[in-house]
Design a protein around this ligand. Structure first.
Ligand code: ACM
Length: 385
């Protein structure tokens, strides 16, 4: 009987349930779209790529257990998955111990390297650095931080505090709320934000708390002017949940938005519309999952093999024409060269791009940027005007 060792196979670890289900479902369908495309081209050496999906429900222990099970009992060596950073950190020792590979298509806090992880979402120099420059220039120097209470928000705030300080900006408050915030948690947090009289709110709230926070802000301010919420993760999925009237005027930095008007993206959006189930949004993190999966498939085709030791070296030589633009992996740190775009959400819930990097930004996950005026020259982008 053929086993997964005898045919090209991928494991998908995206939650269909739990706190980040909306966005991880979008990522899973992005990855599935790439597999479908690869298989229509003939797969690898004429064999279709098989997919085994598991739903870890947002629970780090289940990510770890499913990763172990897929590798040990199902013969898989390549996984695409994880959204919250503590779930990636739960899978990391498993792929390291078992000589497997995890593709992680999500923005994160930086300061990490694993030889067994390919990072497909932005590190802070590819999102926080241009966002800080843009916010200070367009909104002002007084910022409040609000995040979900886990590693990604706490570490991202550490970097953002540094960026604001270097520019003479002021962090007025740093607020954390649970991953499942109660109405009381939100009302209390929004009251602290209002009292601080900030120019802008930097949010690292993820998952279902996102729509709840934006709604609580809309309720608290009513028709009065309110500071925009700027985020590294809020996507079309969260906007669909909160509604356009609540999302209007808020700011997001990401490599991709579904509204990008390029031939490559129009093709991608049509393919997503044809294959995503109703209610699943086309997002930056679906695009990242699609791009990483396509890259894995291309590397398998080039290696004419699905053994990770043959496939991984091929990954480093590839350049993918992704919906966001050209994407490639930096062999020095396993992170990806990615576009950066800053968008403001309009009254129809569309992400209107206000700035974009002239070329993909080199990933530099260990650098806390010391000078906002320097980041673009050292990292391949222009300062947001
Ligand atoms: C995240 O936790 N990396 C969004």
């Amino acid at each position: 009987m053929a086993t997964n060792r005898d045919q090209p196979s991928l494991g998908l670890l995206f939650s269909e349930t739990g706190v980040t289900a909306d966005i991880e479902r979008s990522q899973r369908h992005g990855a599935l779209l790439a597999v479908d495309q690869l298989n229509r081209e003939g797969g690898v050496e004429g064999r279709a790529i098989q997919v085994l999906s598991r739903d870890p429900g947002g629970d780090p222990d289940r990510y770890r257990l499913y990763a172990e099970d897929l590798i040990r009992n199902h013969g898989l060596q390549m996984l695409v998955g994880c959204y919250m950073s503590h779930t990636r950190k739960a899978v990391m020792p498993v792929v390291e111990r078992m000589d497997a590979l995890l593709c992680f298509p999500t923005p994160y806090e930086g300061f990490e390297y694993s030889p067994n992880i390919i990072y497909g979402g932005p590190a802070p120099n590819q999102n926080s650095a241009p966002l800080a420059a843009y916010l200070i220039r367009h909104y002002g120097e007084r910022v409040v931080f609000i995040g979900s209470d886990y590693i990604y928000p706490r570490e991202s705030n550490h970097v953002m505090r540094h960026l604001y300080r270097q520019h003479g900006g002021k962090v007025l408050e740093e607020i954390y709320i649970p991953l499942y915030p109660s109405d009381e948690d939100l009302a209390h947090a929004v009251e602290r934000i209002a009292r601080a009289r900030a120019d802008v709110v930097f949010s690292t709230v993820v998952g279902i708390g996102t729509a709840a926070l934006y709604r609580a802000m809309a309720r608290r301010y009513g028709d009065a002017p309110r500071p925009p919420i700027a985020s590294l993760t809020t996507s079309e999925a969260e906007v669909a949940r909160m509604g356009a009237e609540v999302a209007e005027g808020h700011v997001v930095v990401a490599p991709y938005f579904s509204s990008i008007d390029t031939a490559e993206n129009r093709k991608f959006v049509s393919a997503c519309q044809a294959s995503f189930p109703p209610g699943v949004s086309i997002t930056a993190w679906a695009e990242a999952a699609y791009t990483q999966t396509l890259m894995l498939g291309r590397a398998m085709q080039k290696a004419r093999s699905w053994r990770v030791e043959d496939v991984q070296p091929q990954l480093y030589g590839l350049r993918i024409s992704a919906p966001q633009g050209e994407v490639w992996v930096e062999p020095q740190n396993n992170h990806s060269h990615l576009a950066a775009r800053i968008a403001e959400i309009d009254s129809s819930g569309i992400f209107q791009v206000k700035w974009q990097s002239p070329e993909p930004i080199r990933p530099d996950p260990y650098v806390v940027v010391h000078n906002l005026d320097d980041w673009s020259t050292s990292m391949g982008g222009s300062v947001p005007a």
